[in-house]
Design a protein around this ligand. Structure first.
Ligand code: MN
Length: 193
């Protein structure tokens, strides 16, 4: 019998899921036509934006301190973090004190994406550290690249490609402060717990 590898072992090991309302990773979300894309605004020790894309049955994840930019001349640092279960994409709420990532989580943008690489699967692109995708979010749209830097820090860079959605002027990270799912601000999500 083939041994089943638990891809979310790291995710589960860091969490006491009994005391937190975060998804357990047991149930899979239903299949969409395109893989899932989500950005969660997360106020834990530091404010950051968790950028997640569905690859091979899990959400590959990066923490982006400044969030994505629409400006192709701006490179945003994206630090890889643990794979998350697919149903984490719609999680919004408060992770209790003492739990991993304790703080407030908002679904800042959600949608789907498409792999723009004609030759390789997303799994291979992730492994190679070269990802080119077209994002169909509500606030983030168009082509982006994610590149592993090769630096000791393990950091990646998220860069907007030049297309009709690029803008050197617009900055939704600064102007959009409400959830795309609930319409709540971070303060409202925090009060609602
Ligand atoms: Mn986070």
């Amino acid at each position: 019998m083939k041994k089943k590898i638990d891809k979310l072992k790291v995710y589960k090991s860091k969490r006491n899921l009994k005391g937190s309302k975060e998804p357990t990773g047991k149930s899979q979300s239903k299949k969409l036509k395109h893989p899932v894309f989500v950005i969660q605004k997360h106020k834990s020790r530091n404010l950051h934006y968790d950028f997640r894309i569905e690859v091979d049955g899990v959400l590959k994840s990066w923490a982006i301190p400044k969030g994505p930019s629409l400006n192709p001349s701006v490179k945003r640092l994206a630090m890889p973090t643990d794979d998350h279960p697919l149903n984490y994409a719609t999680f919004e709420g408060v992770i209790p004190k003492g739990h991993y990532g304790a703080g407030t989580v908002m679904v800042w943008d959600i949608g789907t994406y498409k792999n723009m690489d004609k030759k390789y699967s997303m799994k291979k692109c992730y492994k190679d550290g070269k990802i080119k995708i077209n994002i169909f979010g509500q606030r983030i749209k168009g082509e982006y690249v994610l590149l592993r830097t090769g630096l000791k820090s393990g950091g990646w860079l998220l860069i907007k490609m030049v297309d009709e959605h690029a803008s050197a002027r617009r900055n939704p990270i600064a102007t959009q402060n409400k959830s795309v799912l609930s319409g709540c601000t971070m303060t409202e999500i925090n009060k609602d717990k």
